[in-house]
Design a protein around this ligand. Structure first.
Ligand code: OAD
Length: 234
């Protein structure tokens, strides 16, 4: 399938490339995915850790989990897939990931649908700020005294409207869509893919909810297959 996809992309000029990514693109950096073997939702209950109700009930517990995840990501490096995607200088990266690895790999135009582990938001003023370093004490507080929360989207919350709108526009207008490492089951993010009318190539070692609608589905790890596809595009 990789060869067939390479055949389809070579020798054509792609004007608008969108790369839509999920946790699987970071799996080869050692960051756990959410579903599947070893996935976070196999070992933790999302309703205890990733909902507004969980945060109201026990902000320290939620923050401990986020501090652990932030530590994993800080210690990780972008992998060959992130680096290859960054070589597509004009591509738009639409990611469900909160790990910041696309930016660390050098991608410039990144739409973060689910926020970032390295930003916080004041629960009273709704202002956001960068937060790269570990917090000594959790839960951290804003200067105004209110609790800070991770600036991520939790279950039951809306996605940032500007990010969602722009992602929809970019995907609808893309002539090539690469879908990397997502199970394609979380809405509304996964539903954006149905707006696409051009050629689509999925890279995922397992079948996903999006596989049957893709023109090519490459059953391989992101770090192995994405660099080959990008070479074919450059
Ligand atoms: P999932 O954990 O649902 O899916 C990860 C996908 O990556 C699966 O389809 C795996 O087969 C695939 N995968 C695993 N290893 C891979 C590798 N080395 N290379 C390529 N693919 C690989 O993660 P997402 O689809 O990102 O939401 O999950 C979507 C959302 O659900 C997340 O953004 C998060 C979660 O709950 C929020 O937190 C709002």
């Amino acid at each position: 399938m990789l060869e067939a996809a390479l055949e389809a992309i070579r020798g054509r000029r792609w004007e608008r490339i969108v790369v839509f990514t999920g946790a699987g693109v970071s799996a080869d950096s050692g960051i756990p995915t959410f579903r599947g073997a070893g996935g976070l939702w196999r070992n933790f209950r999302s309703e205890d850790l990733a909902t507004p109700q969980a945060f109201s009930r026990d902000p320290a517990l939620v923050w401990e989990w986020y501090e652990w995840r932030r530590g994993l990501v800080r210690a990780a490096e972008p992998n060959a897939a992130h680096r290859a995607i960054a070589k597509l200088e004009r591509a738009v990266v639409v990611t469900q990931n909160v790990d910041g690895l696309h930016a660390r790999a050098g991608s410039r135009d990144i739409i973060e649908l689910h926020g970032s582990l390295f930003r916080v938001r004041c629960t009273r003023e709704h202002t956001t700020g960068e937060a790269l370093e570990p917090f000594g004490d959790v839960p951290p507080r804003c200067e105004c005294g209110a609790l800070l929360r991770p600036d991520v989207v939790w279950f039951g919350e809306m996605l940032p409207a500007a990010a969602l709108d722009r992602a929809a526009q970019e995907i609808a207008g893309a002539d090539l869509l690469l879908i990397v490492g997502t199970s394609g089951v979380v809405q509304p993010a996964a539903g954006l893919v149905s707006l696409h009318r051009g050629l689509s190539i999925e890279i995922n070692p397992e079948a996903s909810a999006l596989t049957s609608n893709c023109d090519f589905a490459i059953a391989a790890k992101a770090a192995d297959a994405v660099p080959r596809i990008v070479e074919g595009l450059l």
